[in-house]
Design a protein around this ligand. Sequence first.
Ligand code: DON
Length: 573
Amino acid sequence: MVKNATYLILLSLIFTSCASKKYLMEDVKNFKKENHLSTSKDFMITSQGHYSSKAAKEVIDKGGNIIDAMAAISFVISVERPQSTGIGGGGFLLFYEKKTDTVHAFDFREKAPLRSDSKMYLDKSGNEIDRKSLDGIFAVGVPGLVKGVLEIHKKYGKLKRADVLKSAIDLARNGMPVYEELRRALKGREKVLCKYESSKKIFCPGGELLKEGEVLKQNDLANTLERISRFGEKDFYHGETMRKIVSTSKKYKGLLTRKDFRKYNVVNRRPISGTYKNLKIYSMSPPSSGGVHIIQILNILENTNLKKNGPYHPKSIHYVSSAMEMAFADRAAYLGDSDFVKVPLKGLTSKKYAKRLFDKIKENEAFKKEDISKGDAPAYESDHTTHFTIMDKEGNTVVSTQTINGWFGSGLVAEGTGIVLNNEMDDFSTKPGAMNLFGAVGSKQNLVAPEKRPLSSMSPTIVFKDGEVKLGVGTPSGTRILTCVMQTILNYFEYEKPLYEAVAMARYHHQWRPHQIRFDEASLSSSVVSELEEMGHKVKFKNLGCRIQAVAKEGDVITGVSDPRGEGKALGF
Ligand code: DON
């Protein structure tokens, strides 16, 4: 009771200070406690979907465990956020298993088709073919989500497959009203969604995009999920669903074959790990760049005292963004699928190397563009993908980021399946130096090759202190993922902000190219901006698009925060 009262006072303090604290996002005014913040002693779920969080609770109520909850969310969120993720996509997942004190990392990222090659997005003169890696069948990598989720569930779950798929089937069958974020994404992909008959039938019936409030029913998807419920991954990789996807690919002269599905494998990887002061951090290893660079940036920052100046002092921003900039220059040069190319993981995450990079940062002067390397500005940006975090009272933790890449992936639904196929192939470099959807520059390390996985930024992350799990965190938003996760860690541990504030605070991002710091809108006073500009930084205001889903264990209380900037639900019970 007393604790609750203290909490409410704390909350109202946060609210009343919103207006005066520029660094808390404006959207926070629309914050609804029952959705975005929750505390509990037993179980906590944060996801970007109301149906998804509730479905996870239902399987727990049925006697399921954290992995059953994970499987339920993964399938329901596929239905609830068809713009962001789905069974036509892939993802990464970290699972801290308390019993064995182990952090498992699973890679169910899409793979390039066997018939792909490094020049597939170039014309005869070596120029990139406009949107070939983004729209339609050539953008599609072999999906991994179904195999990933089901393999993990088979190994660690308690309930039957049918129990964890039920809510997703029901939601697809019964439908749900189109919400504002979904409508925005539909509008953003109108051209391609209203072009393919199979996509049009669901999202653009009779040639009119679904409007906000109209009901989206996904009957074909319900049937596909039912088959998966009965036959498991066999259906998706060897059975009817596979045949339907391959036949859609054939129709559009795409590359996917039965063999691609037969050969698809989930990889149990070693997570990347590092320390920041007294914290131990685990995150996703390649083919994600996320974990490597979160650790690299924190290693660089360990050499300075951020706490002394606070999070929005120009000096703090200068050091943090310069560290980001150097990390992204390395990302462009060294990162790719480590099953195919050598990635100097030890070097990139070593404290010694970080110190050398730190020493390059001048106290009052930004790097000049040419100081680090060459590149150009990106043309296009977006915010999709999804992340969820779950924790139970023992400390078992699941963090998973799942995606079909851009809004509605390739825009192409595999005929008769309701599955929106991903456009993950765009995360490869179409040629060395070229940029992807998120403006990330790649080298030959990240060129397309058969069965290779495209480089990612997705960063499901778990933080420990004194051997105890303290925080599970992750987010969507392309290259911004890793910097948003890193700042949430700093806000919570270095600046000691309450979890809600640590998530709601404005964030910023530097990715080397473009040569600028990008800030969430509504953040920073003009004097801070002028000081940064005097140091030579270019400052741009544009929301980063991150939607952090975080769960923290504070003594025997578990706190969940679903980023107040977007749809989502923190659900404790
Ligand atoms: O793997 C990646 O890094 C991207 N495909 C993630 C895409 C994403 O987060 C989209 N949201 N903005």
